[in-house]
Design a protein around this ligand. Structure first.
Ligand code: GUN
Length: 277
């Protein structure tokens, strides 16, 4: 079977975490801040809250009006930085345009930065001594490990250079001794680069961008994209139907990387809890 069951891998990680925290005096606590009413963000935040509750974590969902000022949001983060029941703080992105997201992220204590977006944590990732690592790329590494995918010496192509996915993903693969090529929207002959890849990770937000004839026989394809089409269906950034019979393994959308991101958020909250004891 070459279709990777991300849900199954995520469930097994979640149940391992739930078992571990049963022995704790107090549950790990995660605060998620949602600003405004972006419907996709509201769904992601709800799923994060549900996963927390199911695992036995303390979950604090903080909803703020989109009119909140940057200063008020920074004050909220500051309160959470000092709250002893909260081990992890996540501010759902994107934020309204009048708020400087970077300033907010930098205000989160690096010890509670379960998204791994603070410059201190990103710096540690670059030096391969990281503690809190961005959830989606870390979740992809767990997927690759669970299918026994060899990374050392392999040609890895990352499509997309965002702070949330592409850049930390490339660093994760480099840390695992892959040979990494990062493609962005200006890359020439992207299909040629992908054809040389043993491992392809795509996260750009363009439905079915990666075509079947870009993929080398047996390559592992990890699709981080979640795009909603006009008919309401969800598709990834890779053309799943065209690729599935060529790839050695591929993650579906939905049911691939998405569930792993949430399970990894719990894993990071547990790491933060332990380091804050
Ligand atoms: N928006 C989309 N993905 C993410 C994520 O991983 N973390 C946060 N905070 N916001 C997001």
């Amino acid at each position: 079977m070459n279709i990777i069951d991300g849900k199954e891998i995520a469930l097994s990680l979640r149940s391992k975490i739930a078992d571990e925290i049963k022995t704790f005096d107090r549950p790990p606590g995660l605060a998620v801040i949602l600003v405004g009413e972006d419907p996709a963000s509201a769904v992601y935040v709800r799923n994060k809250e549900l996963a927390c509750k199911k695992a036995g974590f303390f979950s604090d969902k903080i909803i703020k009006s989109e009119n909140i000022t940057e200063e008020q949001l920074l004050e909220e983060v500051e309160r959470l930085n000092h709250n002893p029941h909260i081990d992890g703080i996540l501010v759902q992105l994107p934020l309204p345009s009048h708020i400087n997201s970077n300033k907010v992220i930098e205000h989160i204590s690096p010890l509670k930065d379960v998204d791994g977006f603070h410059s201190e944590n990103i710096g540690k990732l670059m030096q391969n001594k990281s503690h809190l690592r961005p959830c989606t790329p870390k979740g992809v590494m767990t997927i690759l490990e669970s299918i026994d995918c060899k990374i050392e010496g392999m040609n890895c192509v990352v499509i997309g250079a965002s702070n949330i996915v592409g850049r930390p993903m490339a660093m994760e693969l480099l840390n695992a001794r892959g040979t990494v090529t990062i493609c962005n929207s200006r890359t020439k002959d992207i299909a040629e680069k992908v054809r040389k890849a043993d491992i392809v990770v795509v996260g750009v937000g363009i439905p079915k961008m990666v075509k079947g004839d870009w993929i080398k026989e047996g390559a592992v394809v990890i699709d981080v994209g979640i795009n909603r089409l006009e008919d309401g269906s969800l598709v990834g950034d890779a053309d799943f139907d065209a690729i599935k019979d060529i790839a050695g393994a591929i993650t579906p959308v939905p049911g691939g990387v998405g569930p792993m991101t949430i399970a990894t958020l719990l894993e990071n909250t547990l790491i933060a809890y332990k380091q804050n004891l």
